[in-house]
Design a protein. Structure first.
Length: 50
């Protein structure tokens, strides 16, 4: 849930960065899935070049 202060920031600035953080184990799972996806489909490696 967002705090009243965060909601106020959203209304003022148009965005908010919540204080929530994914657990490291979830991030590790996401990284693992991403690495397998890119290994199987290397054409997506530079899908969003900067």
């Amino acid at each position: 849930m967002l705090t009243a202060e965060q909601i106020g920031q959203y209304h003022e600035d148009g965005y908010v960065i919540p204080d929530y953080r994914l657990p490291d184990s979830d991030l590790d799972d996401i990284r693992s899935h991403h690495e397998r996806l890119v290994a199987r489909h290397p054409e997506f490696r530079n899908y969003c070049p900067t």
